[in-house]
Design a protein around this ligand. Structure first.
Ligand SMILES: *Cc1c(COP(=O)(O)O)cnc(C)c1O
Length: 388
């Protein structure tokens, strides 16, 4: 008990205390907090599809038709008819032979990586990969070589310098979740082919964001057919829940037989799968959503740069403002919250020590006027706190 309390004291002292905060959604870009309507700029709901009429209605219809819970795991009784629609739809959207849905993106990574890499295998993992990839590597019993973020010289050195009797698996985020930059997947594929490694990309923040019509990182680089494992989520731009892996029919069949997080967990509810499928259909029929997202991102990024902030290239809707100290990041977010703006504070261990930041996300559903006002608030708060 003592160590539990001292852990909590320690995280509080270091400005790293975390707690769940209740936001009451109003629509896809606004939430109610303590009676105040706030603009949401912290969600991964990049296309605003959580509140799309077609998506909501599909989910309601699914409950009416099939009930609430799925009642069992996928391999026993949990595979309701909507799964087939979604998995075939996803494979066709991604241009792969097959796809399989997991209950979360986290479980997709854990299940897939532990199925593909074991004792005699080596995983090459980008330093800034998502925690679910890091945990999967640890669970896999493979040896893991962490290469410097997006550093292809270093990845090459690691590949050349590592003896391996089994499989080599290179795994990377497509769009990095906390920095919003894109992995050089074309170069990773070149190296993988040279060193006979398998490539896995995590498109959690790339699906519905980059590539032709939002098809993700492989499409962005035009390297179709050269990435064996394309993982992604249904929980971000698709506004639902779940994860998926798209790839060859053989790979998908293998995962269904081997991935423990697929086998030993109750299938997602009809409502969840129906929402994801409807969102995928909306995305497929409205590539203009992607151009609106890009337009909003450029607009907002420019406003921040004009305000004097150092932000990234602003290619993706994840715009980090790195302020350094956790306390400074906390203060800035609190000040913005009282001004009616919800932005996430990201601190260690999610990001390296000394790089605490505000992680701003732009949505296709934001309008220019509210984006302009939000940027003004961020600029004023930055000046007030001496960060600009
Ligand atoms: C969010 C995220 C996941 C996990 O997906 P969930 O559906 O939230 O479990 C995996 N990888 C990356 C890069 C993510 O950002």
């Amino acid at each position: 008990m003592k160590s539990i309390l001292s852990y909590l004291d320690q995280v509080r002292e270091n400005d790293l205390y975390r707690e769940t905060i209740e936001y009451e959604p109003i629509d896809s870009t606004h939430v109610m907090v303590n009676g105040q309507a706030c603009l949401m700029m912290a969600s991964n709901n990049y296309l605003g599809l959580t509140h799309h009429e077609q998506v909501k209605q599909a989910s309601i219809d699914a409950i009416i038709t099939y009930g609430t819970g799925s009642g069992g795991a996928r391999l026993t009784t949990g595979t309701h008819p909507l799964y087939k629609l979604l998995e075939e739809g996803m494979a066709s959207f991604k241009g792969t032979e097959a796809a399989v849905v997991f209950n979360t993106g986290y479980m997709a990574n854990v299940g897939t990586i532990t199925a593909l890499a074991g004792k005699n295998d080596v995983i090459f993992s980008d330093q800034l990969n998502h925690a679910s990839i890091i945990d999967a590597c640890r669970m896999s019993k493979a040896s893991t070589v962490v290469y410097q973020h997006n550093n292809m010289e270093h990845l090459k050195e690691c590949l050349a310098g590592t003896n391996c009797t089994g499989r080599r698996l290179i795994v990377t985020d497509g769009v990095f979740s906390m920095d919003g930059d894109i992995a050089p997947l074309d170069e990773i594929v070149e190296l993988a082919e040279q060193y006979e490694a398998m490539v896995m990309v995590d498109d959690a923040h790339a699906l519905g964001v980059i590539g032709l019509g939002g098809r993700g990182t492989v499409s962005y680089f035009g390297i179709e057919g050269r990435v064996a494992v394309q993982m992604g989520t249904l929980s971000k731009s698709l506004g639902s829940e779940g994860g998926y892996v798209a790839g060859s029919a053989k790979l998908i069949d293998y995962l269904k037989n081997k991935a423990r997080s697929f086998i030993f967990s109750t299938a997602l509810s009809p409502a969840t799968i129906a929402a994801a499928y409807a969102a995928l259909e909306v995305l497929r029929n409205h590539p203009d959503l992607i151009s609106r997202l890009v337009d909003n991102t450029c607009y907002f990024n420019t406003k921040l740069i004009e305000g004097g902030w150092k932000v990234g290239k602003g290619i993706t809707p994840i715009l980090p403002i790195v302020v350094g100290k956790s306390s400074a990041a906390n203060h800035l977010a609190l000040e913005l919250k009282s001004a009616g703006l919800i932005i996430s504070v990201i601190r260690p261990p999610t990001v390296p020590i000394g790089t605490s930041r505000l992680r701003i996300t732009v949505s296709a559903a934001h309008n220019k006027l509210e984006l302009a006002e939000a940027a003004k608030k961020i600029n004023i708060a930055g000046r007030n706190l001496g960060l600009l």
